[in-house]
Design a protein around this ligand. Sequence first.
Ligand code: NAD
Ligand code: IPM
Ligand code: MN
Length: 378
Amino acid sequence: MAVLRRLWRGTRSQILTRAHRIAVIAGDGIGPEVVAAAIPSIERAAAHDGATLTWEHLPLGAEHYLETGETLPDATFDHLQHHVDAIMLGALGDPRVPDNAHARDILLGLRRRLDLYINFRPIRLLHPRLCALTSAPCAAPQPGADGDGRHIDFVIFRENTEGAYLGRGTARDVGTPHEEQIAEEVHTAPNVTRILTAAFGWARAHGCTRVTMADKANAIPMHRLWQRMFDQVGKDFTDIEHEHRYVDALAMELVRSPERFQVIVTNNLFGDILSDLGAGLVGGLGVAPSANLHPGRPGLFEPVHGSAPTLVGTGTANPMAAILTGALMLEQLGLPTAPKLLDDAVEQAVAAGVTTPDIGGTASTAAVAEWIKGHLPG
Ligand code: NAD
Ligand code: IPM
Ligand code: MN
Protein backbone atom coordinates (compact mmCIF):
# COMPACT_ATOMS: atom_id res chain seq x y z
CA MET A 1 0.00 0.00 0.00
CA ALA A 2 1.19 3.44 -0.78
CA VAL A 3 1.73 5.69 2.18
CA LEU A 4 0.02 9.02 1.76
CA ARG A 5 2.66 11.60 2.42
CA ARG A 6 1.45 14.86 3.80
CA LEU A 7 3.43 17.68 2.33
CA TRP A 8 3.23 21.22 3.45
CA ARG A 9 0.05 22.53 2.08
CA GLY A 10 -0.16 25.52 -0.20
CA THR A 11 -1.80 28.77 0.71
CA ARG A 12 -5.25 28.80 2.23
CA SER A 13 -6.79 30.20 -0.94
CA GLN A 14 -5.18 27.44 -2.98
CA ILE A 15 -6.71 24.79 -0.78
CA LEU A 16 -10.16 26.34 -0.74
CA THR A 17 -10.40 26.91 -4.46
CA ARG A 18 -10.99 23.90 -6.62
CA ALA A 19 -9.47 25.35 -9.76
CA HIS A 20 -5.71 25.25 -9.87
CA ARG A 21 -3.48 26.94 -12.41
CA ILE A 22 -0.49 24.80 -13.28
CA ALA A 23 2.38 26.19 -15.33
CA VAL A 24 4.04 23.48 -17.39
CA ILE A 25 7.66 23.65 -18.46
CA ALA A 26 7.86 20.41 -20.40
CA GLY A 27 11.41 21.26 -21.38
CA ASP A 28 13.82 19.09 -23.33
CA GLY A 29 14.35 15.50 -24.41
CA ILE A 30 11.81 13.14 -22.88
CA GLY A 31 10.40 15.97 -20.74
CA PRO A 32 7.53 16.72 -23.16
CA GLU A 33 6.80 13.01 -23.64
CA VAL A 34 6.47 12.15 -19.94
CA VAL A 35 4.57 15.32 -19.12
CA ALA A 36 2.06 14.77 -21.93
CA ALA A 37 1.62 11.17 -20.81
CA ALA A 38 1.16 12.10 -17.15
CA ILE A 39 -1.30 15.00 -17.47
CA PRO A 40 -4.47 12.96 -18.23
CA SER A 41 -3.98 10.76 -15.16
CA ILE A 42 -3.24 13.73 -12.93
CA GLU A 43 -6.35 15.47 -14.25
CA ARG A 44 -8.53 12.44 -13.71
CA ALA A 45 -7.31 11.95 -10.15
CA ALA A 46 -7.87 15.65 -9.41
CA ALA A 47 -11.39 15.44 -10.85
CA HIS A 48 -12.14 12.71 -8.34
CA ASP A 49 -11.64 15.34 -5.64
CA GLY A 50 -13.80 17.81 -7.56
CA ALA A 51 -10.79 19.88 -8.61
CA THR A 52 -10.03 21.21 -12.06
CA LEU A 53 -6.57 21.93 -13.32
CA THR A 54 -5.73 24.53 -15.93
CA TRP A 55 -2.46 23.82 -17.70
CA GLU A 56 -0.48 26.72 -19.02
CA HIS A 57 2.32 25.52 -21.28
CA LEU A 58 5.48 27.64 -21.35
CA PRO A 59 7.92 27.14 -24.21
CA LEU A 60 11.03 27.39 -22.02
CA GLY A 61 13.85 24.99 -22.79
CA ALA A 62 16.78 24.41 -25.12
CA GLU A 63 14.82 25.01 -28.33
CA HIS A 64 13.57 28.37 -27.12
CA TYR A 65 17.03 29.29 -25.83
CA LEU A 66 18.72 28.42 -29.11
CA GLU A 67 16.13 30.39 -31.08
CA THR A 68 15.90 33.49 -28.90
CA GLY A 69 18.79 33.48 -26.43
CA GLU A 70 16.19 33.63 -23.63
CA THR A 71 16.33 31.28 -20.67
CA LEU A 72 13.95 32.56 -18.00
CA PRO A 73 12.79 36.09 -18.91
CA ASP A 74 11.93 38.38 -15.99
CA ALA A 75 8.28 38.68 -17.04
CA THR A 76 7.94 34.90 -17.09
CA PHE A 77 9.59 34.61 -13.70
CA ASP A 78 7.25 37.25 -12.33
CA HIS A 79 4.27 35.36 -13.73
CA LEU A 80 5.44 32.08 -12.19
CA GLN A 81 6.07 33.77 -8.89
CA HIS A 82 2.73 35.51 -8.60
CA HIS A 83 0.13 33.98 -10.86
CA VAL A 84 0.23 30.19 -10.77
CA ASP A 85 -0.52 27.61 -8.09
CA ALA A 86 2.19 25.14 -9.06
CA ILE A 87 4.82 24.53 -11.72
CA MET A 88 5.31 21.15 -13.33
CA LEU A 89 8.62 20.58 -15.10
CA GLY A 90 9.56 17.67 -17.37
CA ALA A 91 13.33 17.85 -17.78
CA LEU A 92 15.98 20.26 -19.00
CA GLY A 93 19.20 19.37 -20.74
CA ASP A 94 20.16 19.19 -24.39
CA PRO A 95 23.37 18.11 -26.10
CA ARG A 96 23.18 21.30 -28.20
CA VAL A 97 23.70 23.34 -25.03
CA PRO A 98 26.79 21.65 -23.60
CA ASP A 99 27.32 24.15 -20.79
CA ASN A 100 23.73 23.60 -19.63
CA ALA A 101 23.27 27.38 -19.31
CA HIS A 102 19.52 27.33 -19.92
CA ALA A 103 18.90 24.53 -17.42
CA ARG A 104 20.88 26.32 -14.76
CA ASP A 105 18.94 29.54 -15.31
CA ILE A 106 15.53 27.88 -15.47
CA LEU A 107 15.70 24.96 -13.06
CA LEU A 108 18.31 26.10 -10.56
CA GLY A 109 17.13 29.68 -11.09
CA LEU A 110 13.54 28.83 -10.16
CA ARG A 111 14.59 26.81 -7.13
CA ARG A 112 16.76 29.60 -5.82
CA ARG A 113 14.76 32.65 -6.87
CA LEU A 114 11.47 31.21 -5.60
CA ASP A 115 13.37 30.17 -2.47
CA LEU A 116 12.10 26.60 -2.76
CA TYR A 117 14.50 25.46 -0.08
CA ILE A 118 13.24 21.90 0.32
CA ASN A 119 13.93 19.40 -2.42
CA PHE A 120 11.75 16.54 -1.24
CA ARG A 121 12.68 13.23 -2.85
CA PRO A 122 10.83 10.13 -1.69
CA ILE A 123 12.40 6.74 -2.34
CA ARG A 124 9.88 3.93 -2.07
CA LEU A 125 10.01 0.37 -3.34
CA LEU A 126 6.80 -0.06 -5.35
CA HIS A 127 7.23 -3.80 -5.84
CA PRO A 128 9.88 -6.35 -4.71
CA ARG A 129 10.69 -7.03 -8.35
CA LEU A 130 12.04 -3.51 -8.77
CA CYS A 131 14.64 -3.82 -6.02
CA ALA A 132 18.18 -3.69 -7.39
CA LEU A 133 19.54 -5.65 -4.43
CA THR A 134 19.71 -9.40 -4.68
CA SER A 135 21.18 -10.34 -1.30
CA ALA A 136 18.96 -10.97 1.69
CA PRO A 137 18.01 -7.83 3.58
CA CYS A 138 20.57 -6.95 6.25
CA ALA A 139 18.17 -5.16 8.53
CA ALA A 140 15.36 -6.95 10.28
CA PRO A 141 12.25 -6.79 8.10
CA GLN A 142 10.05 -3.89 9.09
CA PRO A 143 6.31 -4.20 9.64
CA GLY A 144 4.57 -4.17 6.30
CA ALA A 145 7.62 -5.52 4.51
CA ASP A 146 7.09 -6.97 1.09
CA GLY A 147 7.23 -10.69 0.43
CA ASP A 148 11.00 -10.84 0.31
CA GLY A 149 11.41 -8.74 3.41
CA ARG A 150 12.48 -5.59 1.59
CA HIS A 151 10.76 -2.48 2.78
CA ILE A 152 12.56 0.49 1.34
CA ASP A 153 10.74 3.70 2.14
CA PHE A 154 12.65 6.84 3.01
CA VAL A 155 12.73 10.47 1.99
CA ILE A 156 15.63 12.72 1.17
CA PHE A 157 15.51 16.35 2.22
CA ARG A 158 17.96 18.03 -0.08
CA GLU A 159 18.94 21.63 0.67
CA ASN A 160 17.95 23.43 -2.51
CA THR A 161 19.22 27.00 -2.46
CA GLU A 162 22.95 27.02 -1.77
CA GLY A 163 25.86 24.62 -1.18
CA ALA A 164 27.88 23.94 -4.31
CA TYR A 165 25.03 25.08 -6.56
CA LEU A 166 25.50 28.85 -6.58
CA GLY A 167 28.02 28.57 -9.38
CA ARG A 168 30.40 30.85 -7.51
CA GLY A 169 34.10 30.68 -8.01
CA THR A 170 37.01 31.98 -9.98
CA ALA A 171 39.17 30.85 -12.84
CA ARG A 172 42.82 31.62 -13.59
CA ASP A 173 45.15 30.95 -16.46
CA VAL A 174 42.34 29.40 -18.46
CA GLY A 175 43.62 27.40 -21.41
CA THR A 176 47.17 27.25 -20.07
CA PRO A 177 48.86 24.22 -18.47
CA HIS A 178 48.44 26.01 -15.11
CA GLU A 179 44.70 26.52 -15.38
CA GLU A 180 43.02 26.75 -12.01
CA GLN A 181 39.27 26.54 -11.39
CA ILE A 182 38.01 27.29 -7.91
CA ALA A 183 34.40 26.38 -7.06
CA GLU A 184 32.93 27.76 -3.86
CA GLU A 185 30.45 26.06 -1.55
CA VAL A 186 28.17 28.22 0.54
CA HIS A 187 26.50 26.98 3.72
CA THR A 188 24.70 29.53 5.86
CA ALA A 189 23.29 28.98 9.34
CA PRO A 190 19.74 30.16 8.52
CA ASN A 191 19.47 28.00 5.42
CA VAL A 192 21.00 24.93 7.04
CA THR A 193 18.72 25.40 10.04
CA ARG A 194 15.55 25.63 7.97
CA ILE A 195 16.17 22.47 5.95
CA LEU A 196 17.06 20.56 9.13
CA THR A 197 13.93 21.88 10.82
CA ALA A 198 11.85 20.87 7.81
CA ALA A 199 13.26 17.34 7.90
CA PHE A 200 12.67 16.92 11.63
CA GLY A 201 9.21 18.48 11.37
CA TRP A 202 8.22 16.15 8.57
CA ALA A 203 9.65 13.18 10.47
CA ARG A 204 7.58 14.02 13.53
CA ALA A 205 4.41 14.61 11.52
CA HIS A 206 4.83 11.21 9.87
CA GLY A 207 5.69 9.17 12.94
CA CYS A 208 9.31 8.62 11.90
CA THR A 209 11.75 7.81 14.67
CA ARG A 210 15.07 8.73 13.10
CA VAL A 211 16.61 11.50 11.00
CA THR A 212 20.01 10.92 9.40
CA MET A 213 22.18 13.90 8.41
CA ALA A 214 25.03 13.47 5.97
CA ASP A 215 28.03 15.73 5.39
CA LYS A 216 31.73 15.41 4.68
CA ALA A 217 33.15 17.43 7.57
CA ASN A 218 36.13 15.11 7.90
CA ALA A 219 37.45 16.46 4.60
CA ILE A 220 35.58 19.75 4.29
CA PRO A 221 35.78 21.45 7.70
CA MET A 222 33.10 23.99 6.70
CA HIS A 223 30.57 21.16 6.89
CA ARG A 224 30.96 21.28 10.68
CA LEU A 225 28.27 23.94 10.48
CA TRP A 226 25.80 21.21 9.52
CA GLN A 227 26.77 19.17 12.57
CA ARG A 228 26.44 22.11 14.93
CA MET A 229 23.05 23.09 13.53
CA PHE A 230 21.92 19.46 13.55
CA ASP A 231 22.69 19.21 17.28
CA GLN A 232 20.97 22.51 17.91
CA VAL A 233 17.80 21.81 15.91
CA GLY A 234 17.75 18.24 17.25
CA LYS A 235 17.22 19.64 20.76
CA ASP A 236 13.69 20.62 19.74
CA PHE A 237 13.03 17.08 18.53
CA THR A 238 14.13 14.86 21.40
CA ASP A 239 11.42 12.35 20.44
CA ILE A 240 13.37 11.63 17.24
CA GLU A 241 16.76 9.96 17.11
CA HIS A 242 19.24 12.04 15.18
CA GLU A 243 22.22 10.32 13.69
CA HIS A 244 25.13 11.56 11.66
CA ARG A 245 26.90 9.86 8.77
CA TYR A 246 29.72 10.95 6.54
CA VAL A 247 28.26 10.85 3.08
CA ASP A 248 30.62 8.17 1.78
CA ALA A 249 29.68 5.80 4.58
CA LEU A 250 26.02 6.62 4.07
CA ALA A 251 26.24 5.73 0.38
CA MET A 252 27.65 2.33 1.34
CA GLU A 253 25.05 1.75 4.04
CA LEU A 254 22.20 2.74 1.74
CA VAL A 255 23.17 -0.14 -0.51
CA ARG A 256 23.76 -2.57 2.36
CA SER A 257 20.67 -1.84 4.45
CA PRO A 258 18.36 0.75 2.94
CA GLU A 259 15.47 -0.43 5.14
CA ARG A 260 16.85 1.28 8.21
CA PHE A 261 16.59 4.79 6.77
CA GLN A 262 13.55 6.98 7.23
CA VAL A 263 14.53 10.60 6.66
CA ILE A 264 17.87 11.74 5.23
CA VAL A 265 18.81 15.41 5.23
CA THR A 266 21.83 16.77 3.46
CA ASN A 267 23.31 19.54 1.36
CA ASN A 268 22.42 20.31 -2.22
CA LEU A 269 25.13 18.31 -3.98
CA PHE A 270 25.03 15.26 -1.75
CA GLY A 271 21.24 15.26 -1.98
CA ASP A 272 21.49 15.24 -5.76
CA ILE A 273 23.81 12.24 -5.74
CA LEU A 274 22.05 10.29 -2.99
CA SER A 275 18.68 10.73 -4.67
CA ASP A 276 19.91 9.00 -7.83
CA LEU A 277 21.46 6.29 -5.66
CA GLY A 278 18.15 5.93 -3.84
CA ALA A 279 16.26 5.77 -7.13
CA GLY A 280 18.65 3.06 -8.26
CA LEU A 281 17.68 0.93 -5.27
CA VAL A 282 13.99 0.92 -6.16
CA GLY A 283 13.81 0.67 -9.94
CA GLY A 284 15.75 3.63 -11.28
CA LEU A 285 15.03 7.14 -12.42
CA GLY A 286 11.87 6.13 -14.26
CA VAL A 287 10.04 5.86 -10.93
CA ALA A 288 11.59 8.68 -8.87
CA PRO A 289 9.49 11.81 -8.19
CA SER A 290 10.45 15.07 -6.51
CA ALA A 291 9.00 18.31 -5.21
CA ASN A 292 10.72 21.65 -4.68
CA LEU A 293 8.94 23.32 -1.82
CA HIS A 294 8.70 26.32 0.43
CA PRO A 295 5.85 25.75 2.87
CA GLY A 296 2.89 27.98 2.08
CA ARG A 297 4.08 28.86 -1.40
CA PRO A 298 3.48 27.34 -4.84
CA GLY A 299 5.96 24.55 -5.51
CA LEU A 300 7.93 23.26 -8.48
CA PHE A 301 7.36 19.59 -9.25
CA GLU A 302 9.68 17.50 -11.43
CA PRO A 303 10.75 13.91 -11.84
CA VAL A 304 14.29 13.29 -10.55
CA HIS A 305 15.36 12.13 -13.99
CA GLY A 306 16.79 14.24 -16.77
CA SER A 307 16.07 14.58 -20.46
CA ALA A 308 17.44 11.11 -21.36
CA PRO A 309 18.41 12.15 -24.92
CA THR A 310 18.87 8.60 -26.17
CA LEU A 311 15.25 7.70 -25.37
CA VAL A 312 13.67 10.62 -27.21
CA GLY A 313 11.11 9.49 -29.75
CA THR A 314 11.46 5.80 -28.89
CA GLY A 315 8.25 5.68 -26.85
CA THR A 316 10.12 3.95 -24.03
CA ALA A 317 10.44 6.76 -21.48
CA ASN A 318 8.83 5.71 -18.23
CA PRO A 319 5.99 8.13 -17.37
CA MET A 320 5.67 6.84 -13.78
CA ALA A 321 8.11 9.33 -12.24
CA ALA A 322 6.11 12.17 -13.80
CA ILE A 323 2.81 10.69 -12.59
CA LEU A 324 4.14 10.19 -9.06
CA THR A 325 5.42 13.76 -9.22
CA GLY A 326 1.88 14.81 -10.12
CA ALA A 327 0.72 13.05 -6.95
CA LEU A 328 3.12 15.15 -4.89
CA MET A 329 1.78 18.26 -6.61
CA LEU A 330 -1.84 17.40 -5.89
CA GLU A 331 -0.91 16.65 -2.31
CA GLN A 332 0.67 20.05 -1.90
CA LEU A 333 -2.39 21.65 -3.51
CA GLY A 334 -4.39 20.07 -0.72
CA LEU A 335 -6.38 17.45 -2.63
CA PRO A 336 -7.47 14.81 -0.14
CA THR A 337 -7.67 11.56 -2.10
CA ALA A 338 -6.14 12.13 -5.55
CA PRO A 339 -2.48 11.66 -4.52
CA LYS A 340 -3.08 8.21 -3.14
CA LEU A 341 -5.20 7.24 -6.13
CA LEU A 342 -2.25 8.06 -8.39
CA ASP A 343 0.29 6.27 -6.18
CA ASP A 344 -1.92 3.19 -6.02
CA ALA A 345 -2.58 3.10 -9.76
CA VAL A 346 1.16 3.29 -10.49
CA GLU A 347 1.80 0.53 -7.99
CA GLN A 348 -0.89 -1.60 -9.64
CA ALA A 349 0.66 -1.07 -13.07
CA VAL A 350 4.00 -2.28 -11.74
CA ALA A 351 2.36 -5.29 -10.09
CA ALA A 352 0.52 -6.10 -13.34
CA GLY A 353 3.76 -5.84 -15.32
CA VAL A 354 2.48 -2.96 -17.44
CA THR A 355 5.75 -1.09 -17.56
CA THR A 356 8.32 0.41 -19.89
CA PRO A 357 11.57 -1.51 -20.57
CA ASP A 358 13.64 0.33 -17.92
CA ILE A 359 11.80 -1.66 -15.26
CA GLY A 360 11.41 -4.85 -17.21
CA GLY A 361 8.29 -4.43 -19.32
CA THR A 362 7.54 -4.02 -23.00
CA ALA A 363 4.82 -1.36 -22.87
CA SER A 364 5.23 2.10 -24.38
CA THR A 365 5.13 5.42 -22.55
CA ALA A 366 1.60 6.02 -23.83
CA ALA A 367 0.36 2.50 -23.03
CA VAL A 368 1.61 2.67 -19.43
CA ALA A 369 0.03 6.08 -18.95
CA GLU A 370 -3.27 4.93 -20.51
CA TRP A 371 -3.35 1.87 -18.25
CA ILE A 372 -2.76 3.98 -15.17
CA LYS A 373 -5.46 6.45 -16.17
CA GLY A 374 -7.84 3.59 -16.87
CA HIS A 375 -7.29 2.20 -13.37
CA LEU A 376 -8.19 5.43 -11.62
CA PRO A 377 -11.75 5.65 -10.38
CA GLY A 378 -13.95 7.76 -12.70
P1 NAD B 1 19.07 11.19 -17.23
O1 NAD B 1 18.23 11.17 -15.99
O2 NAD B 1 18.53 11.93 -18.37
O3 NAD B 1 19.38 9.69 -17.69
C1 NAD B 1 20.09 8.78 -16.86
C2 NAD B 1 19.70 7.34 -17.23
O4 NAD B 1 18.36 7.08 -16.83
C3 NAD B 1 19.73 7.09 -18.74
O5 NAD B 1 20.11 5.76 -18.94
C4 NAD B 1 18.28 7.29 -19.15
O6 NAD B 1 17.94 6.60 -20.32
C5 NAD B 1 17.55 6.75 -17.92
N1 NAD B 1 16.25 7.43 -17.72
C6 NAD B 1 16.06 8.68 -17.28
N2 NAD B 1 14.75 8.94 -17.23
C7 NAD B 1 14.09 7.86 -17.64
C8 NAD B 1 12.73 7.53 -17.83
N3 NAD B 1 11.73 8.39 -17.54
N4 NAD B 1 12.42 6.30 -18.30
C9 NAD B 1 13.38 5.39 -18.57
N5 NAD B 1 14.70 5.64 -18.41
C10 NAD B 1 15.05 6.87 -17.96
O7 NAD B 1 20.49 11.77 -16.78
P2 NAD B 1 21.78 12.16 -17.66
O8 NAD B 1 21.91 11.22 -18.81
O9 NAD B 1 22.87 12.32 -16.71
O10 NAD B 1 21.42 13.61 -18.22
C11 NAD B 1 20.84 13.89 -19.48
C12 NAD B 1 20.49 15.37 -19.49
O11 NAD B 1 19.47 15.66 -18.53
C13 NAD B 1 21.68 16.27 -19.11
O12 NAD B 1 21.60 17.43 -19.89
C14 NAD B 1 21.41 16.61 -17.65
O13 NAD B 1 21.99 17.80 -17.23
C15 NAD B 1 19.90 16.69 -17.65
N6 NAD B 1 19.25 16.48 -16.35
C16 NAD B 1 18.15 17.24 -16.09
C17 NAD B 1 17.43 17.03 -14.94
C18 NAD B 1 16.20 17.86 -14.70
O14 NAD B 1 15.76 18.57 -15.57
N7 NAD B 1 15.58 17.80 -13.53
C19 NAD B 1 17.81 16.02 -14.05
C20 NAD B 1 18.93 15.26 -14.34
C21 NAD B 1 19.65 15.48 -15.50
C1 IPM C 1 18.38 17.16 -10.52
C2 IPM C 1 19.35 17.46 -11.64
C3 IPM C 1 19.85 18.90 -11.58
C4 IPM C 1 20.57 19.09 -10.26
C5 IPM C 1 20.75 19.30 -12.77
C6 IPM C 1 20.02 19.16 -14.09
C7 IPM C 1 21.30 20.69 -12.65
O1 IPM C 1 20.41 16.56 -11.61
O2 IPM C 1 17.33 17.83 -10.44
O3 IPM C 1 18.64 16.26 -9.73
O4 IPM C 1 21.77 18.79 -10.15
O5 IPM C 1 19.92 19.54 -9.32
MN1 MN D 1 20.15 14.96 -10.19
